[in-house]
Write a protein that binds this ligand. Structure first.
Ligand code: AMP
Ligand code: ZN
Ligand code: FE
Ligand code: FE
Length: 281
């Protein structure tokens, strides 16, 4: 089983990188993508959990904004982790998440919620890319909401008055940077309609021109009709199709390998990277 999109405590997942690989082994995953938000901080620990039955596809899920202000997530896989340009892009993105979190906390405080930036930092593991899930966890710890899910549904969703964006590259810039670091670029859950504004089909043309390699089709936030449209777009544009769980440990309902990538699609995707960078024993 091939699951190319998961999170660890290096961003907003709840399993450590080591625990994630063990969980994948126990689930029967043979090729595992590790894609923390705007970070490669989990890679080294994940490698220490390697076993002969599993191969690692190291990557990151890069937060992007279109020029129209629509949030897009771009999966970069199999890039050279030592590449300075991509590491700069990731660290710029992480840096802007801190003033952004300060603003979201200030908006909540202004409406009388008893929450502080310190509470958010306490809810986040060391080294984690700070995101709304940590704010959600802080709200749970303060008993303002019962669960992460409830925090998102009531207070933190993309259309909420408390939602603030952070500076981020455009999807085309992220693709160019991933490609110049030798990796492959797969747009994550493009039709995830519950996240607010969704992408129109013609945007894909521009992303292909920038070097897009694949579309994440099979993902729980896209219904069957949406997956069918995406499959058709991928066929027309000669893109690889992937499926993945977007597993976050106990932080989200997604269970590991609930969606997977077809082996032939994985082979086509891997062939588009500049080098064989799958990590195995
Ligand atoms: P941010 O990157 O800070 O904007 O936070 C976005 C992240 O929040 C997404 O990538 C998901 O991992 C997470 N997320 C979105 N919706 C939910 C939800 N309903 N429950 C838990 N986590 C969510
Ligand atoms: Zn996440
Ligand atoms: Fe995402
Ligand atoms: Fe994700």
């Amino acid at each position: 089983m091939i699951d190319l999109h998961t999170h660890t405590t290096a961003s907003d997942g709840t399993d450590s990188p080591f625990a994630l690989v063990k969980k994948a082994l126990a689930t029967g995953v043979t090729i595992l993508g590790i894609t923390d938000h705007d970070s490669t901080a989990g890679w080294a620990e994940a490698i220490t959990a390697l076993q002969p039955q599993i191969q690692l596809v190291l990557g990151a899920e890069i937060s992007c904004l279109t020029t129209d202000g629509i949030s897009v997530h771009m999966l970069g896989l199999l890039f050279d982790g030592e590449d300075g340009q991509i590491q700069q892009m990731l660290s710029d993105s992480r840096d802007t998440r801190l003033p952004r979190m300060r603003k979201m906390v200030a908006l909540l405080q202004a409406d009388g919620f008893d929450i502080s930036l310190e509470d958010v930092y306490q809810a986040a593991p060391d080294q984690a890319t700070i995101g709304r899930p940590h704010l959600a966890d802080a709200l749970v710890a303060k008993k303002i909401v019962a669960t992460r899910d409830e925090a998102f549904a009531d207070l933190l969703h993309n259309e909420s008055k408390y939602y603030v964006t952070h500076a981020a590259p455009t999807p085309a810039d992220a693709i160019a940077t991933i490609k110049s670091a030798g990796g492959v670029a797969v747009i994550a859950h493009p039709f995830a309609s519950r996240r607010g504004q969704i992408l129109t089909a013609d945007l894909f043309q521009d992303l292909v021109a920038a070097g897009l390699d694949g579309i994440e089709v099979h993902h729980r936030d896209q219904n069957a009709a949406e997956q069918q449209v995406l499959t058709e777009i991928a066929r027309e544009l000669h893109l690889v199709t992937t499926g993945a769980s977007d597993y976050h440990g106990t932080g989200k309902l997604n269970s590991m390998a609930e969606n997977t990538t077809h082996p032939a699609q994985w082979e086509a995707l891997e062939a588009r990277a500049s080098a064989r960078r799958v990590v195995k024993l």
